[in-house]
Design a protein around this ligand. Structure first.
Ligand SMILES: Nc1nc2c(c(=O)[nH]1)N[C@H]1C(S)=C(S)[C@@H](COP(=O)(O)O)O[C@H]1N2
Ligand SMILES: [Mo]
Length: 425
């Protein structure tokens, strides 16, 4: 019986019991290698799989000069901050753009580099013990012939905001030092994964699906982890997941997984596998290093085996550079965006005096699940000097961004209010 994905901790406890009984397998990766890898990452305190470090860069680092990500699209410095093989959207570059993130400024998170895959040579193979029969293949045309759906959904890296564990909370974390720009909202068009799984003959015995990318294998700390892949419970896979082939009305661009990627609403970005080439449908729980070792919560607040991650969290960002200078006595309009994976954002409050007084921001979008709201607040700075701008969102579940986030070693799911430094001159 598939477990309810809304009860994620129950789902994970069940998986962990199965793991402990030795029923689980971590496709192609030896358990000892994983432990060694995690120990190395933790000891180094700086390099994890989420890292842009030399180990995580894998083959891309060998093929390209250091710090030049293997992307196809241009990454001009006004729009992006380069972080190893990844490119972070500069939030200031979103000011004046619409609700959707234009493709030319949508962040890129690549474990290695962007592969070029022609639509007419692309194939998706669906296979595994959770199907009634053998493998079933989908060409691009077959996928496009299925009923198409469109959804506006954000994709956000689990490590978005990671650098604030260090700069605000004084804590050490491993991985790419994102500020808040590892998120984008797009209009995705594609087939439902549920339609594909049904055509492939998914049975009631199916437990997990494991989509895998066609990009290069990932080598970290000398261990080949294979291709990027992360399991989803079949209940989520049958619920609202898309196999997307269009982004903002264009064919899906290479850097964002073209010709076809998964879009997994509300879940951490790594769930949305780009350049998907095959999907294993397991009749037993499936594992990969991307849910046993990375993209998992470890630290003093968590059990030794760690805690699972599925849904993203709640955040706010100003459309302004960190450390910006603003003129004294001049009226400004502060703008920004807030988002939550749990429910629509209903309220945003802003402080321009380091968190003493708060004002309601004006919302410029109807709050909607799976997307962000744009907001604004007028501000006339009255005194020169350094200050901090703060924005704090509350979603329809009543959850408000907290003052601090409990530490985890890989710096995931930062949701605390960010102190955005500015200098009034
Ligand atoms: N095949 C593959 N899929 C992938 C990745 C990857 O490196 N390879 N990165 C994942 C991560 S960690 C994130 S946050 C999102 C980023 O999507 P984007 O690059 O389109 O912004 O893709 C996910 N899917
Ligand atoms: Mo990510």
């Amino acid at each position: 019986m598939p477990l309810d994905p809304s009860d994620e901790s129950r789902y994970d406890r069940a998986r962990l019991r199965q793991w402990a009984r030795g029923r689980a397998r971590s496709a192609a990766v030896d358990r000892r290698d994983l432990l060694r890898l995690f120990a190395a990452g933790a000891a180094a305190g700086a390099v994890g799989l989420g890292s842009a470090g030399p180990a995580a860069a894998g083959t891309a680092a060998a093929a390209a000069p250091a710090a030049v990500p293997g992307t196809v699209k241009a990454l001009p410095p006004e729009l992006f901050t380069i972080r190893g093989t990844n490119a972070e959207t500069n939030f200031a570059a979103l000011r004046g753009t619409g609700h959707l993130t234009p493709v030319d400024r949508f962040f890129v998170r690549n474990h290695t580099s962007t592969p070029r895959i022609a639509a007419d040579s692309w194939r998706l193979t669906v296979w595994g013990g959770g199907l009634a029969g053998g493998p079933v293949e989908f060409s691009y045309d077959r996928l496009r012939a299925l009923r198409a759906v469109e959804r506006t959904v954000f994709i956000e890296c689990a490590g978005n905001g990671r650098s604030f564990y260090t700069t605000q909370q004084g804590q050490q974390v491993s991985g790419t030092a994102w500020t808040l720009g590892a998120i984008g909202v797009a209009r995705w068009r594609g087939a439902r994964l549920s339609d594909v799984l049904r055509q492939a003959g998914v049975t009631r015995a199916a437990v997990d699906v494991l989509p895998r990318g066609l990009d290069d294998e990932v080598v970290a700390n000398g261990v080949n982890l294979g291709r990027v892949r992360r399991p989803l419970p079949v209940s989520k896979a049958l619920d609202d997941v898309l196999l997307a082939y269009e982004m903002n009305g264009q064919p899906l661009p290479p850097d964002h997984g073209g010709p076809v990627r998964l879009v997994v609403p509300d879940w951490i970005g790594v769930s949305s596998i780009k350049w998907v080439g095959d999907i294993e449908v397991g009749d037993a729980p499936l594992y990969s290093p991307w849910n046993t070792d990375t993209y998992r919560l470890f630290g003093p607040s968590y059990a030794p085996e760690g805690a699972p991650m599925s849904r993203q969290t709640l955040k706010s960002a100003f459309e302004l550079e960190l450390g910006a200078s603003v003129p004294v006595h001049r009226a400004l309009l502060l703008t920004g965006r807030s988002w939550s994976a749990a429910a629509p954002v209903e309220r945003v409050e802003v402080s321009t005096d380091g968190g003493v007084r708060w004002r309601r921001a004006r919302l410029h979008d109807a709050p909607r699940r799976g997307s962000w709201v744009r907001w604004s607040v007028p501000w006339t700075p009255r005194a020169a000097g350094a200050t901090a701008l703060l924005a704090r969102a509350t979603d329809a579940t009543g959850r408000t961004q907290p003052a601090t986030t409990p530490h985890n070693t890989q710096g995931y799911l930062f949701d605390a209010v960010v102190r955005h430094p500015v200098t009034v001159v």
